[in-house]
Every structure is written in structure tokens, then in C-alpha cells.
Design a protein around this ligand. Structure first.
Ligand code: FAD
Ligand code: DLZ
Ligand code: SF4
Length: 524
């Protein structure tokens, strides 16, 4: 064949993908591969596998309907070797293309594979930038060069200026860059969020659900009900729903949590953005149009735009400019194992049971659940970075390493020593109590600091600060906290450490006899 073989990965399902830019339907072939390795390099949530495979099949159907030749290798194809590289080698042998064209991937390990393809294949391999992001990897590297720390706020202002989003000439719309102070409200009684749109599986999705049920029954999470959009049209409908029904409330209740309300006013579009069914640009344009039409207030629109052109682009830039060394850092020397309740949801700590429950039901939890509940617990208890990172990568339908790793390693665990965030987001039970209704139905009491009824987050919070004093006390943003700690009587410190260790021992994270376990050398 004289044309190009264009290899499209499962999170590249965008018609405007750079690898498809100059597609010639008369000469080229698009290759798509359902790869067993990709479904198990971490043991993904069943809904995540179903989402990716079904979205891939729908994308291939749409290309074929356009007249494009698609070579689609299914998971249950008996010749499927299960890996990207060997499937590409087989496809090159089948088609003998003049060249292979790909778009750079979202994960370092796949990037390494792509570099090998250049050596391995008998034809040229062209790796194109992923221009679905608003800030290219090169532009981010230029911005980051020479900076000792990377801070979202500085990056975000640069992005606002570059895109012109929410700008009034050279100044930010409304006179401020950030309306966060207005965006920290708990959900008031009587305000019920609209149901999150769910899409009934069609025949293609049903076949995938049967496949996932047969092959991945022992993976974490409920497979059904499955309601994720798997086509661009349905993803657009989900975006429409968000803009119409949720966006006006998004800012106010961005940090709220409520038992039984798994989505609140969040967009629940991250699997679509990261998989390619929606692009960041179109999402921003849609939200800005609603603002211009007076359909959403500035605090909501700014808060949302910051997530997309700020956080999302920022963590991607950090990932590509800091990898591979980034993943190996462990500033706080954390090394404890992941407690079993992250998989079972069985714990008397209601906040954690609620967040793991939502994760199991939907392969989704909203930001503050990930950050301040499951993340906060991992930080406070010193879970080994790799153990908790694998968990986040496996359980969320939107999880790819470029976005998961900086959020977990940097924002949650402070394992990068503050390269990404100025301080760890450590919090006691008071924060969770203020922002949620979880504590009301909990066996523990967030107002109690020590003793059998004490909220474990209270004990663990102070124990974390005590145990990590050498690494954190010099942080100016923790100066007041450490001042308080220094006034704490020695006997109280002892009680906190003893009771927090008893809690860790009960969870199997340290050994009860000595108070410290074999996998625990670094954290005390
Ligand atoms: P909304 O709250 O409605 O926000 C809108 C969009 O903004 C999201 O869809 C997302 O694309 C973007 N966004 C918001 N916050 C972030 C952020 N911190 N980083 C990157 N993008 C952001 N997001 C992922 O897409 N994949 C992950 O694997 C992932 N892992 C996370 C792990 C931890 C520990 C934390 C604290 C956050 C993580 N996030 C991740 C960010 C965020 O929690 C999710 O993007 C968000 O919950 C997705 O739900 P939503 O679409 O309803 O988001
Ligand atoms: C996540 C995922 C899964 C579960 N399965 C596949 C697959 O079978 N084929 C595929 O092309 N991609 C899959 N993906 C997404 C890839 O893991 C993703 O493209 C890489 O991690 C790079 O971001
Ligand atoms: Fe969570 Fe503590 Fe509240 Fe219980 S009391 S729900 S453990 S914060």
C-alpha cells in the first residue's frame, strides 16, 4: 500500500486528531487495537474498560461510515497478541504502508513504545503533537524553564491572557482572576442537583458489556447500570445538560459533598474530554457563550474555565516536563500499604465509604471527594505513592497517567516536595464536616479529637504533622499550624500518636505489636 497507516489509540477518539489531519481515504488505513495489556497494566474499573472499548468501536464505525478503511483489532480476535507494539508490527506486515502516523500519547510508557517503533519498523514513523490541548508541551516547557516551583495561578493567568478567555482588554473580567472565595459553600438544604444524564447502551455497547463481564468480572467496580456516553453526539448532549442545568450552580457548590449525590453540579465530562469525544476548546467556548448570554454567573464560569485551561493544561504540562523522574520522588518517605477498604468500601468512616461507593458505582467521584477524602486519607496515613497512584489510575473512567499522576503525586501526596503545590492539602475532620453531610451519619464524631469516638481524620491530621515535622515545619504556609502544634502538651502528642497508630494497625497498615510495620520504614 502506498498510503499511511494511522494508528489511533483509545484516548484519541477525535476526528480532528493530528494523526488524522491529512487522511486520504483512498490510500490510507486507520488502525485501532483493543489491547489486553491496556486493559490490565492496572486493573481498570469494569466501566472504564467498557467506556473505552465501546467508544473506540463507535469511533471506528463513524470513520467507516465516512468511507475510511479501518483495520480494527478486537480483544476477542484469536490472533490478537494483546499489545500495541506487536499489533502494530502485524498491521505493518498486513498493509506494508509507506509510513506510520501517530499522535503523541497521554502516557510516558506508551511514549517509550512509540520511540521504539522508529527502530523496530521498516517504514518511517511520524509522531505528531497532540494539538487538542491549548498549551503545547513545548510552550509549557518554555513557561516552566528556570522556575523553581510551578504554580497554577501564574500559569493560569498566562493562559487567560493567551486565549483571551474572560479578558477585558488586558485585565481579567470582573476585575479579579479568581472568585474562589465565593465558591466554597456547602450544599444548602432544599437544593437538589439535577440527575446526571445517562445514556442507554445500544447494541455495540451491549456487546462490549458482555465481553467485559466475561473477561474482567474480577476487576473492581459495578459494570451496570452503564450510562456513559460513548459517541460524540451523546457526549455533546451531556455537555449541553451541564451548561443548561448545572453551570449556574457550579461555582457556589464546587467543593460541596452530599451523601447519595454522586455528581452534584459537576460536569461529569472528564472521560469524554480525556478520551477525545469532546475537546477542551469547544467546552470552553460553549461555557463562555452561556456567560455572554447571561445564563451563568462569572464566579461559576471563571471557576469552570480555570479547571479546563488552568488545572487540566497545567497538570499535563507538569507531567511531560517532569517525567520520568517525577514519579519516583517521595518527599515525605511514605511507604504504607493501601488499606483494603479502598477496594471494598467497607469502613466505619462514612466519608470514605461514600466516596469509595460512588467510585464503585460510576467509575467517577468528583474533585473534592478525590482530593479531600480518599486523597487526604492517603496523605495523612502515608500510603506509598505507587500504591495509591495505581488505585486512582484504575478506578476512574477519566484516569490516564498524564492527569492522574500530578494530581495524586503532587497535589495530594506532596511527594514532589512542592514542585506543583505550595503545601499539602492536609485537613482534619472539621473540613469534611463543614463541606458535607457525611459526619451526621458516621460512627465517629468530627468534634472529638482523641478517644474511641474521635474522628480518625483528627488523630491522623495531627499525627501527620508531628511525624513530618522535619520536612514540613519550614513551609511558610504551615507556619500557623506548626505554631499551634508547638503549644500542644507532650502528653497530648503522645496520645495522638498512640491512638493514630492503633487506628493504622486496625487497618492493617502497620503491625500492632511494635507500632511500625515492615513496609513502614520511612514514614515515622
Ligand atoms: P468538573 O468539576 O465539572 O470540572 C470540569 C473539568 O475540569 C473536568 O472534567 C476536568 O477535565 C477539568 N479538571 C478539573 N480539575 C482538574 C484537575 N485537578 N486536573 C485536571 N483536570 C481537571 N481528572 C482526570 O481527568 N483524570 C484523573 O485521573 C484525575 N485524577 C485525579 C486524582 C486526584 C487525587 C484529584 C484530586 C483529582 C483528579 N482529577 C482527575 C481532577 C478532577 O478530580 C477530575 O477532573 C474531575 O473530578 C472530573 O469530573 P468532572 O468532569 O465532573 O469535573
Ligand atoms: C485505557 C485503555 C483501555 C482500557 N484499553 C485500550 C485499548 O484496548 N486500546 C487502546 O488503544 N487504548 C486503550 N486504552 C487507552 C490507552 O491505555 C491509552 O491510549 C494510553 O494509556 C495512552 O494514553
Ligand atoms: Fe469522616 Fe470523621 Fe466525618 Fe466520620 S466523622 S464522616 S470519619 S470526617
Amino acid at each position: 500500500m502506498s498510503g499511511a497507516l494511522r494508528f489511533v489509540l483509545g484516548d484519541q477518539l477525535t476526528r480532528g486528531l493530528s494523526a488524522l489531519g491529512d487522511l486520504d481515504p483512498g490510500r490510507d488505513v486507520v488502525l485501532m487495537v483493543e489491547a489486553a495489556d491496556e486493559t490490565t497494566y492496572v486493573r481498570h474499573h469494569k466501566q472504564k474498560i467498557a467506556f473505552v472499548l465501546s467508544a473506540m468501536r463507535h469511533f471506528a464505525e463513524a470513520l467507516a461510515a465516512e468511507g475510511v478503511r479501518v483495520d480494527y483489532v478486537r480483544l476477542d480476535d484469536p490472533d490478537n497478541s494483546g499489545a500495541f507494539t506487536s499489533e502494530l508490527v502485524r498491521a505493518v506486515a498486513r498493509h506494508a504502508p509507506a509510513r506510520v502516523v501517530v499522535t503523541e500519547p497521554g502516557e510516558w510508557r506508551v511514549h517509550e513504545m512509540m520511540l521504539d517503533w522508529r527502530e523496530l519498523l521498516d517504514c518511517p514513523v511520524e509522531i505528531r503533537p497532540d494539538d487538542r490541548f491549548l498549551c503545547s508541551r513545548d510552550a509549557f516547557a518554555r513557561w516552566a524553564r528556570g522556575r523553581r516551583t510551578l504554580r497554577l495561578e501564574h500559569f493560569y493567568r498566562m493562559m487567560r491572557t493567551e486565549t483571551g478567555y474572560l479578558m477585558d482588554g488586558g485585565a481579567p473580567e470582573g476585575g479579579r482572576w479568581n472568585f474562589d472565595a465565593e465558591n466554597r459553600k456547602p450544599l444548602p438544604k432544599g437544593l437538589t442537583p439535577p440527575p446526571c444524564p445517562r445514556f442507554a447502551p445500544d447494541a455495540t455497547t451491549r456487546a462490549v458489556l458482555d465481553l467485559v463481564n466475561a473477561r474482567f468480572a474480577d476487576h473492581f467496580g459495578d459494570l451496570e447500570p452503564f450510562g456513559w456516553a460513548v459517541t460524540r453526539a451523546d457526549a455533546c448532549a451531556a455537555l449541553d445538560h451541564f451548561v443548561g442545568a448545572c453551570l449556574p450552580f457550579f461555582g457556589d457548590y464546587q467543593d460541596a459533598m452530599k451523601a447519595g449525590e454522586d455528581f452534584l453540579f459537576h460536569a461529569a465530562i472528564s472521560p469524554y474530554l480525556n478520551g477525545g469525544l469532546l475537546t477542551a476548546r469547544e467546552v470552553c467556548e460553549r461555557v463562555l457563550a452561556a456567560y455572554r448570554a447571561g445564563a451563568a454567573p462569572l464566579n461559576a464560569v471563571e471557576g469552570f474555565i480555570r479547571q479546563i485551561i488552568g488545572w487540566r493544561e497545567f497538570v499535563r504540562g507538569v507531567y511531560w516536563s517532569e517525567m520520568p523522574a517525577y514519579a519516583a520522588t517521595n518527599h515525605l518517605g511514605a511507604g504504607r500499604p493501601l488499606p483494603a477498604f479502598y477496594w471494598t468500601g467497607e469502613t466505619e468512616m462514612r466519608c470514605l465509604a461514600e466516596c469509595v461507593g460512588a467510585t464503585r458505582r460510576h467509575a467517577y467521584a468528583h474533585h473534592i471527594q478525590r482530593l479531600m477524602v480518599t486523597g487526604n486519607f492517603a496523605l495523612l496515613t502515608g500510603i506509598a505513592p505507587a500504591a495509591i497512584e495505581d488505585w486512582y489510575l484504575a478506578v476512574y473512567a477519566d484516569a490516564y497517567e498524564w492527569v492522574e499522576l500530578p494530581n495524586v503525586h503532587g497535589m495530594v501526596l506532596h511527594a514532589d516536595g512542592g514542585r506543583l503545590a505550595s503545601k499539602p492539602y492536609a485537613a482534619s475532620g472539621a473540613y469534611i464536616d463543614r463541606m458535607s453531610d457525611y459526619c451526621g451519619g458516621c460512627r465517629y464524631d468530627p468534634r472529638v479529637k482523641t478517644g474511641p469516638d474521635a474522628c480518625p481524620f483528627n488523630l491522623l491530621y495531627w499525627a501527620f504533622l508531628i511525624e513530618n515535622e522535619a520536612a514540613l515545619a519550614g513551609n511558610p504556609r504551615l507556619a500557623i499550624t506548626y505554631k499551634t502544634l508547638r503549644t500542644m502538651p507532650a502528653a497530648r502528642r503522645e496520645t495522638i500518636l498512640r491512638e493514630s497508630r492503633a487506628h493504622l494497625a486496625a487497618l492493617g497498615m502497620i503491625e500492632p505489636e511494635t507500632g511500625e510495620g515492615s513496609g513502614d520504614s520511612a514514614h515515622s
